[in-house]
Write a new protein. Structure first.
Ligand code: AMP
Ligand code: ZN
Length: 112
């Protein structure tokens, strides 16, 4: 999608602090970190949110979780939180599917 921030980051048109990239996805550090470790994992393909996951793209979503597990191992973070906000009320500010990976501090539950 031409006017989507994360599509532009995936295409390299907007710079990011890249952590990992393959043909299907990209991981980069959040510009406004909410924990000592805070990165985002996104598909290169535009999917608006987790509400748009279906049989046609769920293999890609599974791949994103494989990448999350691999990066967590590489970074030595055994305890972490994976968050995907869907819609305005839940706090989604970028309408391109992304998984936040947060670690390095105590987390509270329930989330705010
Ligand atoms: P959400 O609010 O759940 O949609 O998450 C979007 C996240 O993208 C927020 O945590 C922002 O800090 C982050 N973000 C926005 N713009 C950028 C950018 N240019 N590079 C890295 N992270 C960004
Ligand atoms: Zn997009």
């Amino acid at each position: 999608m031409s006017d989507c921030l994360f599509c532009k980051i995936a295409a390299g048109e907007i710079p990011s602090r890249k952590l990992y990239e393959d043909d299907l996805c990209l991981a980069f550090y959040d510009i406004e970190p909410q924990a000592p470790v805070h990165f985002l994992v996104i598909p290169k393909q535009h999917i608006a949110s987790a509400a748009e996951v279906d049989a046609g793209n769920s293999a890609l979503v599974a791949h994103l979780f494989e990448v999350i597990a691999k990066l967590a191992k590489e970074q030595g973070i055994g305890s972490f939180r994976v968050v995907s906000n869907v819609g305005e009320q839940a706090g989604q500010s970028v309408p391109h599917l992304h998984f936040h990976v947060l670690a390095g501090r105590d987390m509270t539950w329930p989330p705010g």
